[in-house]
Design a protein around this ligand. Structure first.
Ligand code: NDP
Length: 294
């Protein structure tokens, strides 16, 4: 078993980003700039946004966190997004999900200028990703690709089974691994809660991507010898053994599955750290105007 070590890979890529950001800052006369909009007081969301802001600072980006109360109207939020779209000093804009029930996340996603959509959720970016055109790729799948690339894992011709079909992880992952690209060229099966014989599907997989949100869902009997196992799940449990007061678990039963796998991501220390890197890379690209002419 080899570890797909998010700590090591993310630190290395962040060093490269930092260097590029410094060069770009000289060229542009300002730092690459990410704005995050956070609505309400969901503990998980506040932690994620704070971590994104901290990471921006580490690589020499400017970051702005616009935090609104949960009762902000949809209209006011959309108008703020329009304002940021038009602000030339902002390169990337993300709106942390989930949003309160009275705000339509689809409307919000589509309101963001696709050229600043560094989360890669806008339909234009999704369409371009499907066509293998330059675009912003959703941060988690992007981070996974960067990890596979770093370890020079050849995915071509492999059978990939993805568990979970969310818009932010499972579904884009299925598109990316099926593309005629490297990493890519997999034969992909996208599974979900209505899949029959899920265990059997997973047993056939050379690559397993678990993105469900259920602790230890993937057990050793579901994994064939030598499989590559990518665990996206982040499941929190209250714990008095850690400083933070909670402990994180993935969707994969790591202890039991690791000995059977050829490569595996730990939780924590795996995909979560790479997701941040995906976001930073997209923000850098947005600042460079590489994908879309400004
Ligand atoms: P969603 O809740 O949006 O989607 C979960 C998916 O899992 C759905 O497609 C659902 O199927 C499927 N599913 C649920 N139960 C089963 C089951 N018993 N059998 C098969 N499929 C099932 O989750 P996300 O994609 O947003 O997140 C998944 C996990 O990844 C969570 O733990 C989340 O915290 C974590 N995450 C981690 C990130 C990171 O950076 N590491 C980033 C984003 C998420 P259906 O569509 O049929 O309902």
């Amino acid at each position: 078993m080899n570890l797909l070590d998010g700590k090591h890979v993310s630190a290395k890529i962040k060093e490269d980003i930092k260097q590029e950001a410094a060069e770009l800052t000289t060229k542009l006369g300002r730092k690459p700039h990410l704005v995050a909009i956070l609505v309400g007081h969901d503990g998980g969301s506040e932690t994620y946004v704070a971590s994104k802001m901290r990471n921006c600072e580490q690589v020499g980006f400017e970051s702005t966190n616009l935090h609104y109360e949960a009762d902000i109207t949809e209209e006011a939020l959309l108008s703020k997004i329009t304002e940021i779209n038009q602000d030339p000093s902002v390169d990337g804009l993300i709106v942390q999900l989930p949003l309160p029930k009275h705000i339509d996340p689809e409307k919000v996603t589509e309101a963001i200028d696709y050229r600043k959509d560094v989360d890669g959720f806008h339909p234009i970016n999704l369409g371009r990703m499907q066509r293998n055109l330059p675009c912003f790729i959703p941060a988690t799948p992007y981070g996974i690709l960067l990890m596979l690339e770093h370890y020079q894992i050849d995915t071509s011709g492999k059978k990939a089974v993805i568990i979970g079909r969310s818009n932010i992880v499972g579904s884009p992952m299925s598109i990316l691994l099926a593309r005629n690209a490297n990493p890519g060229n997999c034969t992909v099966t996208l599974t979900h809660s209505r899949t029959t014989n899920l265990a059997q599907e997973v047993q056939d997989a050379d690559i397993i991507v678990a993105a469900i949100g259920k602790k230890n869902f993937v057990t050793a009997d579901m994994v064939k010898e030598g499989a590559i196992v990518i665990d996206v799940g982040i499941n929190r449990e209250v714990s008095d053994l850690t400083k933070s007061g909670y402990k994180l678990f993935g969707d994969v039963d790591f202890e039991a599955v690791a000995p059977k796998s050829s490569w595996i991501t730990p939780v924590p220390g795996g995909v979560g750290l790479m997701t941040i890197v995906g976001l930073l890379k997209n923000t850098l690209e947005a600042a460079k105007g590489t994908f879309y002419t400004k």
